[in-house]
Write a protein that binds this ligand. Structure first.
Ligand SMILES: *Cc1c(COP(=O)(O)O)cnc(C)c1O
Length: 360
């Protein structure tokens, strides 16, 4: 039985099935009112970061910090760690914005840019020597193109002296990072973690922190509210610089715990299975066609398909059955659908969606 709608939108997205239960428990435990400088909050912060650490197999030299959104972390990561030059892989609206933020901050960013629907041949890309931080968008949500984790790792092999920052907003916890080859990863919770929006998570290692200290020493670290140093200083006490979203920090810890019970490898395997079902369907269909041609660059968590009739008609028709699909992004709105393949959606639900799409 479908209670309410089923969301295949790439964020905000279908809620994880246990959200309601945990949220209710949080309210009943007064988490909406407790002090963020007290023991109860410190324990909660410690528990959530511990659960995430386990889920992601994150080494101890990485800190986990909470902010309002991923967009905020774009800004603070650049402001905290780049003196002059960042380098950006740009292949859609989100990666473009990360680059634009660097310009807005008065930095001198470099970029390599491809058309929508295309990824990168990482081996062939020249990165200027003076680059301090390389910014990658692991999963470009606007176009459904992924940068495979091993391509990101290759960047570190080639440029061990540069920091590697990864926007994995619409894929975490799916990508399997080698933590010796990335320095910072950021995500927000309204995508693959299946939570309501309002929390961003910044994972940063000691090298990232050292860069922020260097900027501070030079008098270049502005941003008094949230910068990496204020986050790290408070994080040591299991606290945050300002009053945080306590409810959602709790909720994220609980969902990470649920995911741990299910097993992160099981979740990743299920994601692969569902992505294959969706891409296979699109390849055989007369109405849909995968947007991303290069199979290695096809996102496993956001499937984008060209539609041979206005996508609004398809979206409207499914809405009548309480199924919500994402439209194309920006000027591709009319010509594409975007289908989120997040852990909140089961294999059975993807099969049901395909059944309905095949009748369009
Ligand atoms: C959604 C998204 C963002 C922005 O996330 P917010 O939480 O809205 O700030 C950034 N990057 C990618 C790849 C996204 O999909």
């Amino acid at each position: 039985v479908l209670l309410g709608k089923l969301f295949f939108t790439p964020g905000p997205a279908q809620l994880y099935p246990t959200v309601e239960k945990h949220l209710l428990e949080a309210l009943q435990s007064d988490l909406g009112s407790i002090s963020h400088r007290g023991k109860q909050f410190q324990q909660l912060f410690a528990q959530t970061t511990e659960n995430l650490r386990q889920l992601l197999s994150l080494p101890d030299d990485f800190g986990i910090y909470f902010m309002g959104s991923a967009t905020e972390i774009w800004e603070k990561s650049l402001a905290s760690c780049v003196e002059k030059n960042s380098f950006h892989f740009v292949n859609g609206s989100f990666s473009k914005k990360y680059y634009d933020f660097a310009k807005e901050l008065g930095l001198t960013p470099f970029k390599v840019e491809t058309e929508m629907g295309f990824g990168f041949d990482v081996e062939k890309i020249e990165i200027p020597e003076e680059t301090e931080v390389i910014c990658c968008t692991q999963n470009e949500t606007s176009s459904g193109v992924q940068m495979p984790a091993h391509d990101i790792h290759t960047l570190k092999d080639k440029h061990p002296d540069k920091l590697i920052f990864v926007d994995a907003v619409s894929s975490m916890p799916h990508p399997h990072f080698d933590w010796s080859k990335v320095d910072s990863v950021l995500f927000s919770v309204q995508k693959a973690f299946g939570m309501p929006a309002g929390l961003g998570v910044w994972i940063a290692n000691q090298k990232t922190l050292a860069k922020a200290v260097e900027l501070k020493t030079k008098g270049l670290l502005k941003m008094p509210y949230h910068n990496l140093l204020s986050l790290a200083e408070n994080g040591k006490k299991n606290e945050t610089p300002a009053t945080p979203n306590v409810l959602y920090i709790y909720l994220l810890g609980k969902i990470a715990e649920d995911m741990l019970k299910k097993g992160v490898e099981n979740i990743r395997q299920e994601t692969k299975t569902k992505a294959e079902l969706l891409y296979n369907f699109c390849e055989k269909s007369d109405l849909f066609e995968p947007f991303v041609q290069n199979k290695a660059h096809r996102s496993e968590t956001v499937v984008v398909a060209n539609t041979h009739k206005p996508s609004a008609d398809i979206i409207e028709s499914l809405k009548k059955e309480n199924i919500v699909l994402g439209s194309g992004y920006g000027n591709l709105k009319e010509k594409q659908v975007r289908i989120a393949n997040f852990p909140s959606i089961s294999v059975g639900q993807v099969e049901m969606l395909i059944e309905k799409l095949s009748k369009q």
